[in-house]
Design a protein around this ligand. Structure first.
Ligand SMILES: NC(=O)c1ccc[n+]([C@@H]2O[C@H](COP(=O)([O-])OP(=O)(O)OC[C@H]3O[C@@H](n4cnc5c(N)ncnc54)[C@H](O)[C@@H]3O)[C@@H](O)[C@H]2O)c1
Length: 434
């Protein structure tokens, strides 16, 4: 049976439900959007039209959206091709909704969950075969309209044509960059990105003890590495220590034994104290930084100095260095190696566990985290041989994909101007179209 998506029922109209419903409506898809009450659904529609930014760009496209409640209108999903669950990140809530929706949806429809990190096999355990064949994770990033990445994760039983239908719609209609991920904790982007953040907080604690300011740490972890200007602390302020705490707990539960991330599922002491007193980030009025408006209309940025536990004026630090700094024998170099070298080595150990190839990993980090180069593209630019040598010196091992590169006698992970990539089988393959 070939599947085609022309309509979507979005279950849960929070941040992600709004983004998905808005994007689908923008592309003239018929949308049913259900939430816990009619009032909540109406508020969500208001955010779609006039949120900052709105989820719809073209005035009038909101007419594609019909509202309802999960309690009274769930049977209406029978008219929709794609049932997209986007309720809170709670296993029992998602499972209860899946139990209710499965008998109501039509044959030939496809189902997805927008979970950030709950394994799909846990959400669908013991559910009917029809569902197991028709289900995927569609992991969008926030804000849905802006972030290019959508990770697509089939279950062990998902039919190939269901995966194709999602890929066609997400990529072909919604314009997302679809990455093939596996049913492993946090999929690709968040597995590597959250390792970078949580391990990074520990590396930054050592760096601060060695004399680096928080602003210098963020300056190093932005432009010099080809990363977004938020840096490390700024990105965590954006996400919130409450979300990072939840992520850490999920990782502690679901990371494989022996995974390097197991050592970094808890905050260092200073960040734990911030979390406990509710100093979570932008959502609580300030975390590592806070910005206030002065009487003359200008803005003042302050830093919460982790060493003294007090607020002070933020320093302006700009650095004229590149990723090579991680090979310098300085405090900057030690920190850059610890966080960035450590994260690149982590990524190089995760093929094929989280992805069958390096291309999907590089795309996930570019499209989901705004890195200008993915991990393997970054290793190529700093020199894989030099990187492998430093891994042996510092980590006392060679990360898996670097072993593959060495056994293949290759100099880089990509060749022929980036059109072919090194596979696990030690041969080069054509890079698939985006
Ligand atoms: N926000 C993000 O950055 C982000 C990114 C990717 C994936 N996700 C995932 O998307 C899903 C939704 O996240 P969100 O950020 O939109 O959350 P949200 O809190 O903004 O929205 C959750 C929605 O679920 C509804 N809800 C609450 N309790 C419910 C219940 N008991 N039964 C049914 N519905 C209930 C709420 O009314 C709300 O509309 C989660 O699984 C989350 O992990 C979030």
């Amino acid at each position: 049976m070939s599947r085609k998506i022309n309509s979507v029922a979005v279950l849960g109209a929070g941040t992600m439900g709004i983004g998905i419903a808005g994007l689908a409506a923008e592309h003239d898809c018929k949308v049913l959007m259900l939430d816990v009450s009619m009032e909540a659904a109406e508020k969500a529609l208001e955010r779609i039209v006039s949120g900052r930014p709105p989820a719809i760009d073209t005035p009038g496209k909101e007419a594609n959206i019909t509202l309802g409640t999960l309690e009274d209108d769930l049977e209406k999903i029978a008219d929709y091709d794609w049932i997209c669950e986007a309720v809170i990140e709670d296993l029992s809530t998602k499972r209860a909704l899946f139990d209710r929706l499965e008998p109501l949806r039509k044959d030939g429809s496809v189902v997805s969950t927008n979970t950030s990190g709950i394994p799909l096999r846990d959400i669908t355990a013991g559910m009917p075969e029809r569902l197991l064949k028709d289900v995927c994770v569609t992991h969008f990033f926030n804000p849905v309209k802006i972030m290019k990445l959508c990770e697509l994760v089939p279950s062990a039983q998902t039919d190939a044509e269901v995966v194709d239908a999602f890929r066609d719609y997400l990529g072909g209609v919604m314009g997302k960059g679809v990455v093939n991920a596996k049913d492993t904790v946090n999929f690709i982007g968040n597995r590597i990105g959250c390792f970078w953040m949580l391990m990074g907080l520990h590396a930054a604690t050592h760096a601060r003890a060695a004399g680096l300011s928080q602003e210098r740490i963020d300056a190093l972890m932005s432009k010099p590495m080809g990363l977004p200007p938020t840096g490390l602390y700024g990105l965590i302020d954006l996400i919130g220590l409450d979300v990072m705490n939840f992520v850490g707990k999920n990782l502690a539960l679901n990371l494989p034994k022996g995974d390097a991330g197991q050592g970094f599922t808890k905050f260092p002491a200073a960040e734990q104290a911030m979390f406990e007193r509710g100093q979570l980030g932008r959502k609580s009025g300030g975390g590592f930084y806070r910005v206030s408006k002065l009487d003359d209309g200008s803005k003042k940025k302050e830093t919460f100095d982790l060493a003294t536990g007090t607020w002070r004026d933020a320093e302006d630090v700009s650095l004229d260095v590149g990723p090579d700094v991680m090979f310098d024998d300085t405090a900057d170099g030690t920190f850059a190696w610890d966080i960035m070298g450590g994260t690149l080595a982590y990524a190089a150990d995760l093929v094929p566990e989280i992805s069958d190839d390096i291309v999907n990993i590089d795309r996930a980090m570019r499209w989901g985290f705004g890195w200008s180069k993915g991990p393997f593209e970054m290793i190529d630019s700093i020199g894989p041989a030099r990187f492998a040598e430093k891994c042996r010196a510092k980590l006392e091992r060679t990360p898996k994909m670097l072993e593959v590169l060495e056994s293949a006698g290759a100099d880089t992970f990509y060749s022929e101007n980036g059109t072919s990539f090194l596979g696990l089988d030690s041969t080069f393959h054509k890079v698939p179209a985006e």
